[in-house]
Write a protein that binds this ligand. Structure first.
Ligand SMILES: [Zn+2]
Length: 696
């Protein structure tokens, strides 16, 4: 078994396992660090405090001080479901998966792990910096019972601890006041619980051992003590992995050093990450990685891109990485700055059948183009802005799916219609289902490919269509920068607020229908040609699910004949609503939503004759007239109609003769030049005479 000869963690490491002595910044802090801080102080001030600690070599620092995923969407969803299935097997339900106390705010983790990828075992020391938020003499972390906690120390003091119910409870000798920054170090070891597609995996590739982590959503506690929930990001982390010297270790952030230790038998690899990070995005992987570097220009910044892949796949990763660099530039310019621009982006190959968006170090099974675009998209949506609850998982997965599609559409415009149609077909393969996760105890429901991924991505398609590109992309960039959620956690209302601010539109009804509501509309478009240029359109809609009685949407209609076509948009707000539109020609047929911006199914249309009863029908509106008024001539018996407009003094101000098509015409009459007053409109069509008094 893997023990690395470490037998006495309570009194510190002996020889081989002596992590502390290997740390570049290891010092001993002789004085208690008590920094009174307002609990609402911003993260930056804490970051600065940490940096100062890390930099000041003169400080005496004890060991504990300063210091999903995805291919084809349905495959991705199935894989992500499999990865998460473990959390509802066994005694734990998804709702009690974290029991860490909420009386402290995590500031920093220093994770020191010693592993051998050939052996399923971890020896670790995790140093936690935290600010107590309510005066307390106890805090609780998440850590599975399967791991053994050897000791918990605060500076040189051994603390009293209890480890049961997958909770590590730590008592302090005295009360810690609210606002005080303090720290503890947890020394532990053991075999992480094995849950199939687990959070901590060992296997082989081409005969070589490989070890990796994949903690989403609640698997961090399977292998390290932390806050396991979706409510507290550390401001920064350091990760130090000691492994047999023939391997390389990958993790989040920037590589600081690789140092041979234990007489050259082992290698200590130090990764440093100075951005807020959720526990499930903390990662490491160890094997005989081949490593290569690229860079990509983002504005004036040259961002390093670092790849750790299996040597047997080096060529394919080298060939495929440019796609990710292109996607990086596309996302950076459309969705806001790459969130970790002061550090790097990276690919780390693993053998799980998909990808996982570990912050700055995405794990991927292959260099598949859309998989890599999906995981890259998560750096903005999922990592920088993380869903605050499983109800809102679409803020991670719908967005990543949308960003991957956005990249693929940019690169392969000829595939757009087919790709969109197949996604819509998947969404509408069942009449119900909401993007909002209505049952968060069901992992299959949370990671439902049809709803959280595809329908979630289509909420974004429809918002882009409804708001227009400028407001939509501005809104998303604002959402990324929103100080309430940036580098933190977001709910759907946070997205709504930012899109409303950017567009000036009220989106309450949209989110009611499309986020919480279920199903989709089916359109029945009845239209009548009016004269030579106009169409009269009646928009009827049925919905597939009773939770929504009507979907208010702008709908594109493409009118065609053998040689001409024109697409117009009707902003359809009520069922049976009618529209007059000038298409400029006599059409034969209409296509509904020809570019597939909307989730719809079973749409039908029909060109119908005017259904009005009677003959020689004239409608004039509005009255009083505005800058224009309209004359709708229907079922006229004659072939032509003469229109004259007189003022109250009997002077003719306007005249026009219209030839009628099938007895109809729709005329727009200019009226902006008319002074306020009374007017008389006279229409003669054969024997038919019509007079109407108009006001302006
Ligand atoms: Zn994903």
């Amino acid at each position: 078994m893997f023990s690395l000869g470490i037998t006495e963690l309570n009194t510190g490491y002996t020889q081989n396992g002596r992590f502390c002595s290997l740390l570049p910044f290891h010092k001993t802090l002789g004085t208690l660090i008590e920094i009174q801080v307002n609990s609402t102080s911003n993260k930056l001030s804490y970051m600065r405090i940490l940096f100062i600690f890390l930099i000041l070599g003169s400080l005496q620092v004890n060991a504990q001080l300063p210091a999903a995923s995805c291919k084809n969407i349905n495959e991705i969803a199935v894989m992500e479901q499999a990865a998460h299935q473990r959390i509802i097997t066994g005694p734990n339900t998804i709702t009690n998966i974290t029991s860490a106390s909420n009386n402290y705010d995590v500031k920093y983790y220093r994770c020191e792990w010693e592993v051998d990828p050939a052996v399923r075992f971890i020896t670790g020391k995790v140093t936690l910096y935290f600010v107590v938020t309510t005066a307390s003499n106890n805090i609780q972390l998440d850590l599975m019972n399967a791991l053994t906690v050897d000791s918990v120390k605060q500076r040189n003091l051994l603390l009293t601890k209890q480890h049961s119910n997958n909770t590590l409870s730590v008592d302090f000798p005295a009360m810690i006041n609210a606002g005080v920054l303090d720290s503890i170090a947890v020394f532990y070891k053991g075999v992480p619980p094995n849950n199939g597609f687990g959070s901590f995996e060992t296997t082989t590739h081409a005969g070589t051992p490989v070890m990796w982590s994949l903690s989403e959503p609640y698997g961090s506690r399977d292998w390290w003590p932390c806050k396991n929930g979706l409510d507290d990001k550390a401001d920064s982390i350091d990760i130090l992995v000691t492994a047999p010297a023939q391997y390389k270790s990958a993790a989040n952030g920037l590589l600081q050093s690789e140092t041979l230790v234990a007489g050259g038998a082992k290698k200590l690899t130090y990764w440093k990450h100075r951005y807020p990070i959720a526990s499930y995005l903390v990662c490491f992987a160890v094997t005989n990685f081949a490593v290569f570097n690229n860079s990509v220009l983002l504005g004036s910044t040259s961002l390093p891109m670092q790849t750790y892949c299996y040597p047997e796949n080096l060529a394919s990763f080298q060939n495929g990485t440019q796609n990710t660099l292109n996607a990086m530039q596309l996302f950076h310019s459309n969705f806001g700055d790459y969130p970790f621009i002061n550090e790097k982006y990276g690919h780390v190959q693993f053998s799980w059948g998909g990808g996982m968006e570990h912050q700055t170090a995405t794990f991927v099974v292959s260099i598949d183009e859309s998989l890599c675009a999906h995981e890259l998209g998560h750096q903005w949506f999922g990592d920088k802005v993380t869903c605050a609850s499983w109800e809102d998982i679409w803020l991670n997965e719908g967005f990543a799916t949308f960003l991957a599609a956005f990249y693929m559409e940019n690169k392969y415009p000829n595939n757009i219609l087919n790709a969109r149609r197949s996604v819509i077909n998947n969404i509408t393969s069942s009449p119900g289902g909401s993007v909002w996760v209505d049952d968060t105890s069901n992992v299959g429901r949370i990671f439902d490919g049809r709803l959280s991924y595809n329908k979630g991505s289509y909420l974004l398609y429809m918002l882009r269509w409804k708001l227009g590109d400028a407001a939509f992309f501005n809104g998303l960039r604002q959402y990324q920068k929103d100080t309430k959620i940036a580098y933190g956690f977001a709910k759907t209302d946070d997205l709504k607020r930012n899109l409303e601010q950017a567009s000036g539109q009220n989106l309450t009804e949209f989110f009611k229908d499309w986020f919480k509501g279920q199903g989709y509309p089916s359109y029945n478009v009845q239209w009548t040609q009016v004269g030579k240029e106009y169409v009269n359109i009646k928009m009827n809609q049925t919905t597939s699910h009773a939770s929504v009685d009507f979907f208010e949407l702008p709908v594109a209609l493409k009118f065609k004949n053998a040689t001409q076509e024109k697409t117009i948009v009707v902003d359809n707000k009520t069922n049976g609503e009618t529209f007059f539109k000038n298409i400029g020609f006599i059409a034969d047929t209409v296509l509904i939503d020809p570019e597939y911006w909307l989730v719809t199914k079973n749409n039908v249309s029909a060109k119908v004759p005017d259904a009005a009863a009677g003959q020689n029908i004239v409608q004039v509106f509005p009255n009083p007239v505005a800058d224009h008024f309209y004359i709708y001539l229907r079922k006229m018996v004659a072939n032509t109609a003469t229109i004259n407009l007189y003022n109250a003094a009997g002077q003719r101000l306007y005249t026009r003769t219209a030839s009628l098509v099938n007895g109809s015409e729709y005329l727009e009459i200019p009226a902006q030049y008319l002074p306020k007053g009374v007017y008389f409109l006279k229409i003669n069509a054969g024997d038919f005479k019509f007079v109407k008094k108009l006001l302006k």
